[in-house]
Design a protein around this ligand. Structure first.
Ligand SMILES: [Zn+2]
Length: 51
């Protein structure tokens, strides 16, 4: 199988800024809070906090 070497024009995934995810205070470290527009929430225990 011939390997064609053409430069892939796919843009590198840009990481939007750097979001340091907060850990859930209830579940402990390892469980990150999901980032929302105006709040962060834990998908595990339901904890959320306003921004
Ligand atoms: Zn939690």
């Amino acid at each position: 199988m011939a390997e064609e070497k053409k430069a892939p024009a796919k843009p590198a995934k840009k990481v939007k800024g750097y979001v340091a995810h907060r850990m859930c205070p209830k579940c402990g470290s390892g469980v990150r809070l999901a980032e929302h527009k105006d709040r962060r929430s834990c998908g595990k225990c339901g904890y959320f906090e306003k921004k």
